[in-house]
Design a protein around this ligand. Structure first.
Ligand code: NAI
Ligand code: PYR
Ligand code: MG
Length: 371
């Protein structure tokens, strides 16, 4: 199979979908890998590294999209990329379709087979292709929140760890999954006073065990928000209902409960965001203020640390990419229900229930798609 990897074009996105190591593995199995020139530079991989692995460098995205049987990327295809997809082509990347009707319609119109990293599952009930980027975004969230808390950035001027005689920042993390746990680790390490909220008692028990008294757990409901918001310096949104639009857990009215200069970091923004007042921002212009509360809502946070993120993502995606290339998408998905769970759009139809529900559009089951 011909595997194509274009350069990412989302603003300040420096990751790349195929690493030289992944290219080498694919080429050793008899596949052909084509890479857009400069695609890996932002992550520290030069064209020469790909050539050494046996890949071919092409000059333009148009050549990559025209030649490849499978496009492997990082971020959801942008409008100009969606126009280059075609019937029968495989697209393997993050999609986040539930909050994105425009992208969904374009992918349906393309006729391509679109497999979303974020809904591929594993035997333990996890999301193995989302997890590595959630590890990164979770670690970045308190760091970016701490920066936003600084006066010059509109924050209330509170230091995460405080100093002797002055209390540390109060940080609430809503959602104690992969992002939430990584965020808790860093926020606790910075010396903040951390509370993690979740609807899963099993998850709260796990966190209670592993953090051994260094954070507080609280069941996530409306009452908990009303109780916590007036006291928090920072609230990190880290919830997920897989494939679906994020539930809105803090309303615009509730911003009035918060202290002026407090910070919301909405990591769940790629699924539409879990605060009513969130809208996606970029690394170049990451923060804005609503009713005195600062918002940080960058939808591709791991792009900030592109080298770490590219290697971590490549480690996780490679086995699935190889399986798709070796067997073709239909056989690979038929053999592996966890990969099949990644199928979001095929031949003009939505194949992921939560996406169809979120957008009010018809869908078929992924099992129907592989018949
Ligand atoms: N902005 C960015 O650059 C990035 C964003 N993300 C996003 O971060 C979000 C979280 O991802 P993960 O931690 O990997 O998911 P996860 O599935 O590991 O954890 C989500 C947690 O949210 C909890 N939850 C669901 N509904 C809840 C509610 N109403 N209240 C409290 N907790 C609730 C679940 O029980 C689960 O423990 C996702 O939307 C993901 O796409 C991930 C990586 C990068
Ligand atoms: C998960 C995701 O959206 C990202 O890494 O950008
Ligand atoms: Mg994202």
């Amino acid at each position: 199979m011909k595997i194509g990897c274009p350069k990412e074009i989302k603003p300040q996105e420096f990751r790349v979908g195929v690493t030289p190591n992944a290219a080498l593995e694919a080429i050793n199995r008899g596949h052909c890998v084509i890479i857009e020139t400069g695609a890996g530079t932002g992550a520290g991989f030069e064209d020469a590294d790909y050539v050494a692995a046996g890949a071919t460098i092409l000059e333009t995205p148009a050549e990559i999209f025209a030649a490849a049987d499978m496009i492997v990327k990082v971020k959801e295809p942008q409008a100009i990329e969606r126009k280059m997809l075609r019937d029968g082509q495989i697209l393997f990347t993050y999609l986040h379709l539930a909050p994105d009707p425009a992208q969904t319609k374009d992918l349906i119109a393309s006729g391509a087979t679109c497999i979303a990293y974020e809904t591929v599952t594993d035997r333990a009930g996890g999301l193995p292709l989302l997890a590595p980027m959630s590890e990164v975004a979770g670690r970045l969230a308190p760091q970016m929140g701490a920066w936003t808390l600084q006066k010059a950035n509109g924050g209330r001027g509170v230091l995460m760890g405080g100093v002797p005689g002055v209390r540390p920042a109060n940080v609430a993390i809503i959602g104690g999954g992969v992002v939430g746990t990584a965020a808790a680790r860093v926020a606790v390490g910075m010396g903040a006073n951390v509370t993690v909220l979740d609807r899963s008692i099993a998850r709260l028990s796990y966190l209670d065990d592993v953090f051994m008294g260094r954070l507080t757990t609280q069941y996530s409901d409306r009452g908990a928000m009303v109780d916590l918001l007036p006291r928090m310096d920072m609230v990190i949104g880290a919830v997920l209902v897989p494939g679906a639009a994020a539930p809105k857990l803090v309303s615009r009215d509730q911003l009035g409960l918060m202290q002026s200069g407090a910070v919301l970091v909405d990591v769940a923004i790629d699924q539409g965001g879990c605060f009513e007042t969130s809208h996606a921002t970029t690394h170049q212009d990451p923060i804005y203020e609503v009713d005195g509360v600062m918002h940080y809502c960058v939808a591709n946070m791991p792009g900030a640390v592109a080298r770490t993120s590219t290697i971590a993502l490549g480690n996780a995606t490679m086995p699935f990419m190889l399986s798709l290339a070796d067997k073709g998408w239909k056989r690979a998905c038929a053999d592996d229900p966890h990969l099949l769970a990644g199928l979001n759009v095929h031949a003009g139809q939505i194949t992921y229930k939560a996406v169809g529900e979120a957008l009010g559009m018809d869908c078929i089951t992924p099992e129907q798609a592989i018949q």
